[in-house]
Ligand binder design. Structure first.
Ligand SMILES: *Cc1c(COP(=O)(O)O)cnc(C)c1O
Length: 491
């Protein structure tokens, strides 16, 4: 490629050359050429597995950096060719290393946004693989051969499973809300309770999304209490919709009250206004039947008469990142006519994975076992404890002692804005090593080729076995045994 570097220009300009002292001139002359470094055995090795262009660019960048250091007086004796080759090789490998990779989630947070939220099963993976390497009937009508709708693959499943009249999907649930409000309330008011103005993970704040959609936020009630009459008094001819938002990641306890969806629907319909519910996570399966706290059910919102209901694809549903929107036919049709749909539409891989996920819900007898987040949430403490003990038993005697490993009861969080404030009983493998601080050990674990994300609590590194998948117990044990055998971060 060859690019002019300031260092090289400096050498070419006679006035500047004369400004360089003798020692610098000698150091510059000692820098090997690109070709010399390229012939080093380390680099020849690297060329076997890395693109030539990347290796050549790394060598050039390394030599340019060296020249700048010499000219800047930061270096008087250039490193050996061995050292230069090794630095260039490391830079080339770093550039080509895959950065988005599988990790082991030992945080116990079932829907961890930083770790990719829902894990999907083999069905979703197979469906994605099927449409990736060949053409698919993503958006075509087989009868006419003309353009069709990508929604057809999931809408029939969604309406069957929820009782909704119609359905569509977009890129995520934030997009659902944006599309809904922009379509039905642009330039008009949307009434929302002050107790429901949520912020989710910083980048999603309900008031900001409402504003960006072009709608005007009309807040009613107070933080802890909102009454039906508060909504009623806010309705004017400029009102476009009533919006109810699930308090995904917080709870207001004590002297608190929100208006139920049924009452809101009755009020809205009396005034000819659509009622929208953002469920956030939304569950299609009643988790209380498995001893878990109840998360609002999608079917219940549809039954209560909400005109539009939206929720995430990758929270409790256990599918890909997507925003699912259910509702009355004419409203869904209006959403689909909005030009924003072109901006917010899902990719074919998402549609494939969502269809595969929804198909698993068609059999209520097996769904909890086949949707990973549901299976992980409903794991019994007995099963988790057995996994923790299996992990402990796979550690070498040396590792057990050096890391002061033990199995302990603890609690896991659900995450992903689902079941706020609820904690599930779990078991952890706790490490309390004497000679390394818990944060340093956790950092070491997170920066391995196969990264492990544990939880740090005071002086301990905790591996919550709830979220550790099959086969990963052995991998954690191998990493810890290797750490102790090699010394690693241990003093
Ligand atoms: C999580 C959540 C969202 C955002 O959903 P994404 O799929 O992450 O875009 C919106 N509203 C509520 C109430 C949520 O809990």
């Amino acid at each position: 490629m060859g690019f002019a570097s300031p260092a090289v220009d400096a050498l070419r300009t006679p006035a500047k050359v004369s400004a360089i002292d003798e020692r610098t001139r000698r150091a510059l002359a000692a820098i090997p050429s690109v070709n010399e470094v390229l012939q080093h055995p380390l680099i020849e090795d690297a060329l076997e597995s890395l693109p030539r262009q990347v290796v050549v660019d790394s060598v050039r960048a390394t030599l340019d950096g060296l020249r700048r250091d010499v000219l800047g007086g930061r270096l008087t004796v250039p490193p050996s060719v061995d050292e230069l080759a090794s630095a260039a090789e490391a830079a080339a490998r770093a550039r080509m290393r895959r950065t988005l990779r599988r990790v082991i989630n030992a945080t116990g947070v079932v829907l961890h946004t930083g770790l990719g939220r829902a894990v999907m099963g083999a069905e979703a993976a197979a469906a994605a693989a099927d449409v990736i390497s060949s053409h698919s009937n993503l958006a075509i009508d087989p009868e006419t051969g003309r353009r069709g709708s990508r929604d057809t693959h999931v809408a029939h499943l969604l309406t069957y499973l929820t009782g909704a009249e119609s359905a569509t999907v977009v890129n995520n649930n934030a997009a659902s809300l944006m599309l809904i409000l922009n379509t039905i309330a642009e330039g008009k008011e949307v009434v929302v309770s002050r107790g429901e103005l949520v912020e989710i993970g910083g980048s999603f704040r309900l008031p900001d999304v409402v504003r960006r959609s072009g709608a005007i936020l009309r807040e009613v009630g107070t933080t802890n209490k909102t009454h039906l009459r508060d909504y009623q008094e806010a309705i004017t001819e400029n009102t476009a919709a009533l919006l109810k938002v699930h308090q995904s990641n917080y709870k207001i306890v004590g002297f608190a009250q929100q208006v139920g969806l049924e009452d809101l629907v009755r009020l809205g319909h009396r005034h000819g206004l659509p009622v929208v519910e953002d469920l956030g996570s939304g569950a299609l399966v009643d988790l209380s039947a498995y001893g878990l706290p109840q998360e609002p059910m999608v079917q219940a919102s549809v039954r209560a008469g909400a005109d539009l209901v939206c929720f995430s694809g990758d929270k409790l549903l256990g599918g890909p990142q997507a925003g699912v929107i259910l509702g009355r036919c004419e409203l869904i049709e209006a959403l689909k006519r909005n030009p924003l749909v072109r901006v917010l539409r899902c990719d074919k891989v998402t549609v494939a994975m969502l269809e595969a996920t929804l198909r698993l819900y068609m059999d209520p007898e097996t769904v909890v076992q086949r949707i990973p987040p549901l299976r992980i949430l409903t794991r019994s403490p007995v099963e988790i404890e057995a996994k923790a003990r299996a992990l402990l038993s796979l550690l070498s005697a040396q590792a057990r002692e050096r890391l002061a490993a033990s199995v302990e009861p603890a609690t896991s969080e659900i995450g992903g804005g689902s079941l706020p404030g609820e904690e599930l009983p779990t078991y952890v493998l706790a490490l309390r090593p004497q000679d390394v601080d818990a944060d340093a050990l956790a950092r070491w674990l997170r920066t391995r080729d196969l990264a492990i994300y544990p939880r740090v609590s005071k002086d301990a590194v905790l591996f919550d076995l709830r979220t550790v998948l099959n086969g990963e117990v052995e991998e954690i044990a191998a990493t810890l045994n290797a750490l102790v055998a090699s010394g690693g971060v241990l003093a």
